[in-house]
Design a protein. Structure first.
Length: 126
């Protein structure tokens, strides 16, 4: 009888989590069916979290982090696909349980690779 070992989707090296290449283009893991997204607003900045609701330009995200300063992605589109190649240089404050964003102008679905990358950024404090 051959025992099948499952392969891990991620591996952590020096406190940085990496996603297997063959898993990197898969959609991010949902939370109770809610997709993980990056949302850019007119004036409140950029957030990543689970899209609970959108009504016009009002967006509610759960377990959201503000992406205050980032490095290692040329655009938010790239960040949603590949994440951030320099997580040590990013400044993302702690996660909030829920945020209501007004004037949302862009919502990007994230891949697993991007989701892991965002989660791997240490909480930035002043």
């Amino acid at each position: 009888m051959e025992v099948q070992m499952s392969k891990p989707d991620t591996i952590k090296i020096d406190e940085v989590e990496y996603v297997r290449k063959d898993r990197s283009s898969l959609p991010a893991s949902p939370l109770n069916g809610l997709p993980y997204v990056i949302c850019r607003t007119q004036s409140a900045g950029v957030f990543a979290g689970y899209l609970k609701q959108r009504q016009g330009q009002e967006v509610t995200l759960l377990h959201a982090r503000r992406l205050w300063y980032w490095a290692g992605a040329a655009s938010l589109s790239q960040a949603a696909q590949s994440g951030f190649s320099r997580p040590d240089a990013c400044k993302f404050p702690c996660e909030v349980t829920q945020v209501l964003l007004l004037q949302a102008v862009e919502i990007l679905n994230c891949t697993q690779e991007a989701q892991v990358s965002i989660a791997s950024v240490k909480i930035w404090k002043v």
